[in-house]
Design a protein around this ligand. Structure first.
Ligand SMILES: Nc1ncnc2c1ncn2[C@@H]1O[C@H](COP(=O)(O)OP(=O)(O)OP(=O)(O)O)[C@@H](O)[C@H]1O
Ligand SMILES: CC(C)(CO)[C@@H](O)C(=O)[O-]
Ligand code: BAL
Length: 278
C-alpha cells in the first residue's frame, strides 16, 4: 500500500496503475461503513484508491471542523488490511493552494435539506469531489447511502460535467440497534449513544406507516417527528422530509423510490439518516 500526500505524485501513481481504478473518498476516522465501500471497490477493480481529507470548505462557521475525529494511524492499518493500493492524504494547502478560486455549484438540489441547514456545504463537497476526481481520474467512485443527498449531488456533478466516472452508491451500514455508523458517533456519551437509536426507529416508524398503505407524506413525516420528539435528548430536529429522489423536492404523496430523511442535534453532534421507500 502506498501513501501519498502530493497531488502530482497521486496523479502519476494513478496513471501508472492498472484499470479499472476505483476511488473511495472519505474524511477518515474509518468504520465498517467506509470499509464496506473499500471492500466492494476491491472486488470490482484492479486498483483501489482511498482519499482521507477533512475538507474545510464543506464546514460552515461554528461547525465541527476542528473537533472532527481524526486517527490516521488506525485508518492506514485498516486500509492495508482491506487491500487498498493507494491512499491519498493531502493537507489543506495542497488541495487549496493560494489563489484557488474556482467553485462547483450544482444548482437548487444543493439548497434543500442538508444544504438549507448547512449553507455552502454542498458547494464545498462538490468542489472537493471534482478535484479528487480530477487528480485520481477513477473509472468508478463509491459513496454511502447514509449521506443520501450527497449521492444525488455527486451523481449530478459527474453527469453534468461529463466526467465519465461511474458513481456507485452502497447501502448504509448500521449498528445492531439501527444507528447508522458515522465517524462522529464516537463523540456521543453512553446516554446520548442510547438516545441516538431513536433516529432510525423514527424512520422505521414512518416506513411502517407507508408500508401499511398511508401515502399522505405529511402523515408519514408526522409519524417520524412524533417518534423523534419522544426522545428527550434529541434537542432539535432540523427537518423530516419525504422527497423526490432526483430533485429532492418535498412530495405530497409518498411513492416508491422517495427518500425519507431526517437530521437531528444530539449532544455535541448532528446526526443524519435516511431510508428509501421501497
Ligand atoms: N454507515 C455508513 N454506511 C455506508 N457508507 C457510509 C457510512 N458512513 C459513511 N459512509 C460513506 O463513507 C464515505 C465517507 O464518509 P465520511 O468520511 O464523511 O464518514 P461519515 O462516517 O459519514 O462521517 P460523518 O457522518 O461524521 O460525516 C461517504 O460516501 C459516506 O456516505
Ligand atoms: C465525499 C466527501 C469525502 C467529500 O469531502 C465527504 O463529504 C464525505 O466523507 O462524505
Ligand atoms: N459525510 C458528510 C460529511 C460532512 O458531514 O461534512
Amino acid at each position: 500500500m502506498r501513501v501519498v500526500s502530493s497531488k502530482d505524485e497521486m496523479r502519476r501513481a494513478c496513471r501508472e496503475s492498472s484499470r479499472p481504478l476505483s476511488l473511495v473518498p472519505t474524511m477518515g476516522a474509518l468504520h465498517d461503513g467506509h470499509l464496506s465501500l473499500v471492500d466492494r471497490a476491491r472486488s470490482d477493480s484492479s486498483t483501489v484508491a482511498v482519499s482521507i481529507f477533512v475538507n474545510p470548505t464543506q464546514f460552515g462557521e461554528g461547525e465541527d471542523f476542528t473537533e472532527y475525529p481524526r486517527d490516521l494511524d488506525a485508518d492506514l492499518e485498516l486500509l492495508q488490511r482491506h487491500g487498498t493500493d493507494l491512499v491519498f492524504v493531502p493537507d489543506v494547502a495542497e488541495v487549496y493552494p493560494p489563489g484557488f478560486d474556482t467553485w462547483v455549484d450544482v444548482g437548487p438540489i444543493a439548497d434543500r435539506l442538508e444544504g438549507a441547514a448547512r449553507p455552502g456545504h454542498f458547494r464545498g463537497v462538490a468542489t472537493v469531489v471534482a478535484k479528487l476526481f480530477g487528480i485520481v481520474q477513477p473509472d468508478r467512485a463509491y459513496f454511502g447511502q447514509k449521506d443520501g443527498q450527497q449521492t444525488v449531488v455527486v451523481r449530478k456533478l459527474a453527469r453534468d460535467l461529463d466526467m465519465g466516472i461511474e458513481v456507485v452508491v452502497l447501502p448504509t451500514v448500521r449498528e445492531s440497534d439501527g444507528l447508522a455508523m458515522s465517524s462522529r458517533n464516537v463523540r456521543l456519551n453512553p446516554e446520548q449513544r442510547n438516545a441516538a437509536a431513536a433516529v432510525y426507529r423514527a424512520l422505521a416508524a414512518g416506513m411502517n406507516l407507508w408500508s401499511s398503505g398511508e401515502a399522505d407524506a405529511s402523515k408519514v413525516r408526522d409519524a417520524v417527528r412524533q417518534e423523534l420528539e419522544a426522545e428527550p435528548l434529541l434537542e432539535v430536529v432540523d427537518y423530516v422530509s419525504v422527497a423526490s429522489p432526483d430533485s429532492l423536492e418535498e412530495l405530497d404523496r409518498a411513492g416508491r423510490g422517495a427518500m425519507l430523511s431526517t437530521a437531528v442535534h444530539l449532544g455535541p453532534i448532528r446526526l443524519i439518516d435516511n431510508v428509501i421507500m421501497e
